[in-house]
Design a protein. Structure first.
Length: 329
């Protein structure tokens, strides 16, 4: 655990697997990261890289089975949540950390009014709160996310996708959590609404001085809304730095590949440069660097030894033996 009093979340050597029939999926492999109070960390990677599993591990809502928490520590505000009882974990969820899920269409209960769903969270964490106070607080939360309070008694089907996600945000923030986990919160929304929701999340994060982990595969979102970035590949963090440092001096071949796949508004490239190949099978991860079979700089050494995450510049971590190579920027 970090000794810095300003660190709110500290993950150390977390390893998580899933059982799938006779196979074991190595979803998260020895992940360590920190988020400071009030800071926004972008967790970037392809689908299946382990991003959502990390968020669910922090919230302690992994489905067991098939998930198996093999090892590691997850410290939230000085408490190792892995060692807490279920009753203590329920108290942590909502008060210390809250999560916004990918799809607002399935995150809400269609049989309850939106006001009742916000009120349910408040009642769990404030058992002595009067019903009228719960209703008033629920209305206040709706108005905080830009929904008129008079819609308190309406059902999810009466709201658009963007409005549903605002309700989900209101539920997440109802108990003033100190850490917000936003798991691709705009996936199901059109581009205009995406920007509105992300602006709202950022505004509320700054206003409430929350720490935030923003899970995404979109580097444009990272550039706009995050302070630091962790790039994850095949369940491992391969590069970790503050945003300016990463965008200026990316060093892992996978990070360079992500940037090379982006269209440019100023360049005159006729074609994008996609990363060749596919991520490795998580049930049979290769020895050594997990990206080696897709990397043009890979050597036999890359494939035959475990590659540590090392500091290559102040605050800039990279998991690559050839991090000094500048080609591909």
């Amino acid at each position: 655990m970090s000794g810095d009093n300003n660190t709110f979340l500290s993950m150390r050597n977390v390893k998580i697997e899933y059982t799938s029939g006779h196979h074991i999926v190595q979803a998260v492999n020895d992940v360590s990261l920190d988020i400071e109070r009030g800071e926004s960390l972008g967790l970037v990677g392809e689908t299946g890289a382990g991003k959502t599993t990390i968020a669910k591990a922090i919230m302690q809502i992994l489905p067991v089975p098939p998930a198996i928490f093999k090892k590691g520590e997850i410290w939230l505000d000085g408490q190792n949540v892995v060692e807490l009882s279920e009753t203590e974990k329920i108290k942590i969820r909502g008060e210390k950390a809250a999560m916004i899920f990918q799809d607002p269409m399935t995150a809400l209960n269609p049989l309850l009014t939106v006001g009742d769903q916000i009120g349910e969270v408040l009642a769990v964490h404030n058992p002595k709160m009067a019903k009228r106070e719960i209703m008033e607080k629920s209305i206040e939360m709706l108005e905080t996310v830009g929904i008129p309070g008079e819609r308190f008694a309406e059902y999810p089907h009466q709201f658009s996708g963007g409005m549903k996600q605002r309700v989900v945000i209101a539920i997440a923030l109802a108990c003033n959590p100190e850490l917000l986990l936003a798991d691709e919160p705009t996936t199901a929304l059109d581009v205009t609404i995406q920007a509105q929701i992300l602006d709202l999340i950022k505004e509320l994060q700054k206003e409430r001085k929350m720490a935030m982990m923003l899970i995404t595969h979109d580097l444009g979102i990272v550039a706009e809304y995050c302070d630091r970035v962790a790039v994850i590949y095949a369940g491992e963090i391969v590069e970790y730095a503050n945003k300016e440092e990463l965008f200026r001096r990316r060093r892992h071949p996978y990070t360079k590949g992500l940037f090379g796949s982006l269209p440019s508004l100023t360049g005159n490239e006729k074609r994008l440069s996609p990363i060749p190949g596919l991520p490795p099978d998580p049930t049979h991860l290769p020895m050594g660097c997990k990206f080696a079979h897709r990397c043009r700089h890979a050597s036999p050494e890359c494939k035959n030894r475990e590659i540590p995450l090392v500091e290559i510049a102040p605050g800039h971590m990279c998991r690559c033996l050839k991090a000094h190579i500048k080609g591909g920027d």
